[in-house]
Design a protein around this ligand. Structure first.
Ligand code: BGC
Length: 750
């Protein structure tokens, strides 16, 4: 084997990139990796109080109406400014897939601009599947740049709710089922984003884990579950990421709407976590005037109706005049907003980041994230990467080969000039001599909606038509029969997985399972590639096909990244950010019969969310959390800790050696889980406490250090109302998925 190394200097990002080209036998294996490209990640900047004197002066000059104008939307995505005092509107944009196109000022339709094309970034599930916090930082930094190029102040992102049920309509938009992976990714995203003189608005705070009845359901859960599962991501973005704003959720927690929840907004967010930024409501999530404001909300945003009819508009002016709330209290909220505007240099600073949008460098970053996110689920007899020798034709089958997902469904998307589909990706990457026989195979079809009214959508999500079209089926069978091999692009899309409604089951829509079975009957050389944002029942398909790949709503360069993985130009290194169950009824919210609930949803499974449930209850999932294969192999050895006994204020330092024992460059994610077998409360069988993604050349080995603070082994003790590390034995379990533990070490905490 010979290897050739080329050093490129990408001036736009000033990162040195080492592109390694490994020639192996007849097949060239190519992988672009950053080497020593440790960008100096700036530390988070807290909101400064250095402008307070100026701010107080400004406030003293404002009329009550001007002040209250800043506390509510004056249009769909901005709050009022005060022109005569040089206070601009606070301008917002969605969202989680990149900067959303401009929306009209007074309704949901697109404004029809021609300069709001942006880079479409991989959806959050994909980002989490990279298990690479540098990718999260890159993502944030890029979107921050694009947001500035659009002259906005606040990005309504990241969305970091925990994936409680695989059926959740916004699963693709959220990161993961695990609070630790969630916080590690979210913090870096926020730091990268806010570095660009913009605010992150982290959403949806909190306990907002399904779409069904989202406008009114009331979540009941115990305090331990809230603290251990649903809050860590938010706490970390506030304390470590210094997020400048938080979005309150639609629903209720313990009887109080989350945009007027004193416990969540005042007691936890502000008093405990010392949050200095602004709380923005979700769109039309406010239900009261004085109560909302007193209980911690700063800004009310909403859907069209005259903006002065909002709870925090004319009604608030009237409440002040009636003495129900004082102007001094109004000033507190105005001051918070002004502080954030100064913080992001929106108050006339000359040196504010200008930004750039949809640049080639941004597309390449989207490519990098996408290529690290693809998960190899099955690869019998090394079917993948595709060996092209002897292949003259490939049948490409499936509506998903050409389906675009930058826009779609009910939620925020991105208007983009580039979205490489899987079919285009293959055309770009395959030699011209190979003939592609494309057949759509299945049609994306839905039952007519019975009601188009917005309020109904959370109950009646899209209902698919699952009968195959005989003509399409026949075309696909012909293409499969007459080609040397087949790639089926299956899964779902952003019309089916959507904000506003949850899925009814895990079934693959549009008759795809039947289609794939029929294709496999006529051509066993069939690879199945799923494109989706949430778990599906792919058990039967997985058993029949020799290679199964998982990709996502994967951004502008998704098709190129996917083709590179299939052809072996990139070695897959993505790991599932959630558990794929065999059967929905084995998933915690469903096994406990607590989804979708009615007006009240009790989170009966408690802290046993995701793999915590499956591993503790010893239920075998279809594919476990953290799972994903590679084209190379790794061995790990010498997993050790620096000591055997620790005090509660110490840190556990672990070391392990990992070696790439195969013949291809690749990456493995080392995952460190802990458990406490004997404890006064039930502890999950595994809890992720550290992870590290390691890139290794063939034959290369590295010693990897991961540490865990003993204090992070605590559970939330309801009796003490505090975190508690109970002395005793703990198991440190090192694996490459929650179900594949490779080495264990027992330690004792004194
Ligand atoms: C969503 C938010 C989004 C907002 C504005 C709401 O329906 O829940 O996530 O930021 O709309 O588009």
């Amino acid at each position: 084997m010979c290897s050739l190394l080329i050093l490129l200097n990408n001036k736009s990002t000033m990162k040195n990139k080492l592109i390694a080209l490994f020639l192996m036998g007849s097949s060239a294996f190519f992988y672009a990796a950053e080497v020593n490209a440790q960008e100096i990640v700036p530390s988070a900047r807290s909101i400064t109080s250095k402008y307070d004197v100026v701010i107080d002066k400004l406030i003293s000059k404002m009329t009550l109406e001007e002040k209250i104008g800043m506390l509510h939307g004056n249009s769909m995505f901005a709050t009022g400014g005060v022109k005569r005092l040089g206070i601009p509107e606070l301008k917002m944009a969605d969202g989680p897939l990149g900067v959303r196109e401009e929306i009209s000022r007074d309704n949901w339709s697109a404004a029809g601009w021609d300069n709001d094309f942006a880079t479409y970034y991989p959806a959050s599930g994909a980002l989490a599947a990279t298990w690479n916090t540098k990718m999260a930082y890159t993502f944030g930094n890029n979107v921050g740049q694009e947001l500035r190029a659009r002259n906005k102040d606040m990005l309504l992102s990241p969305a970091i709710n925990i994936v409680r049920t695989p059926l959740g309509g916004r699963t693709y938009e959220y990161l993961t089922e695990d609070p630790f992976l969630n916080k590690k990714m979210a913090v870096q995203l926020v730091i990268g984003l806010q570095k660009n003189d913009v605010m992150a608005c982290v959403k949806h705070f909190a306990a907002n884990n399904q779409e069904t009845n989202r406008d009114f359901y009331d979540v009941q859960m115990d305090e331990r579950t809230l603290r251990e599962i649903y809050l860590p991501g938010f706490e970390a973005v506030v304390k470590e990421g210094k997020a400048y704003s938080i979005m309150g959720a639609y629903n209720k927690l313990r009887g109080e709407y989350l945009c007027e929840n004193d416990y969540m907004l005042n007691k936890i967010l502000r008093n405990e976590w010392d949050f200095k930024g602004v709380v923005v409501s979700d769109w039309a999530a406010v239900h009261s005037t004085v109560k909302s404001l007193k209980n911690g909300l700063d800004i009310e945003m909403g859907t069209p109706k005259p903006f002065n009819e909002f709870f925090l508009a004319n009604k608030l002016i009237a409440a002040v005049k009636a003495g129900e709330i004082s102007e001094t209290e109004i000033n507190i909220h105005v001051k918070r907003i002004l502080r954030t505007l100064y913080q992001v240099k929106a108050m006339g600073a000359k040196d504010r980041v200008k930004g750039s949008i949809a640049t080639e460098a941004h597309y390449q970053d989207a490519y990098k994230i996408a290529s690290e996110s693809v998960v190899l689920l099955k690869n019998e007899n090394n079917t993948l990467p595709i060996k092209l020798s002897g292949i003259k034709s490939i049948a490409v089958i499936g509506n998903n080969a050409t389906k675009k997902n930058a826009l779609g469904g009910f939620g925020a998307g991105v208007k983009t000039k580039r979205e490489i589909t899987p079919l285009e990706g293959l055309k770009n990457k395959l030699p011209n001599s190979i003939k592609i026989n494309y057949a759509e195979g299945y049609l994306e079809r839905y039952e007519e909606k019975k009601s188009g009214k917005l309020g109904d959508i959370t109950l009646s999500g899209p209902v698919t038509i699952d009968q195959l079209d005989p003509v399409k089926l026949q075309e696909a069978i012909e293409a499969a029969k007459t080609s040397d091999m087949v790639i089926v692009f299956a899964g779902s899309n952003r019309d089916y997985e959507t904000e506003g409604s949850d899925r009814r089951n895990l079934k693959l829509p549009f008759g795809q399972e039947e289609l794939i079975k029929k294709i496999l009957e006529v051509n066993p050389k069939t690879i199945v590639v799923m494109i989706a944002g949430a778990p599906y029942d792919i058990d039967a398909i997985g058993k029949k096909t020799s290679a199964l790949v998982w990709s996502w709503f994967n951004g502008s360069e998704g098709g190129n990244a996917l083709a590179d993985v299939l052809l072996g130009n990139v070695n897959p290194s993505g790991k599932l950010p959630w558990t794929m169950p065999k059967n929905i009824n084995e998933s915690p919210a469903h096994a406990t019969n607590s989804f979708p609930g009615g007006k009240t949803i009790t989170y009966t499974e408690g802290v046993l969310v995701g793999y915590r449930w499956f591993d503790t209850k010893k239920i075998e999932p279809l594919y476990p959390f953290g799972y994903g294969l590679s084209y190379t192999n790794f061995s790990i050895s010498n997993f050790t800790t620096d000591k055997k006994r620790y005090r509660k204020n110490e840190t556990i330092r672990t070391k392990v050696t990992i070696k790439n024992t195969g013949d291809k460059f690749g990456a493995e994610v080392l995952q460190l889980y802990t458990s406490q077998p004997v404890c006064s409360v039930l502890r999950p069988e595994k809890e992720l406490k550290a992870f590290e993604k390691i890139f290794l050349k063939p034959g290369e080995s590295k010693t990897v250090e991961m540490s865990i603070k003993v204090s992070d082994l605590a559970f939330y003790d309801e009796a003490k109302k505090d975190w508690n590390v109970e002395a005793g034995d703990f198991m440190l379990q090192l694996g490459n998925s929650s179900r594949n533990i490779l080495s264990k070490v027992k330690i004792a905490i004194q």
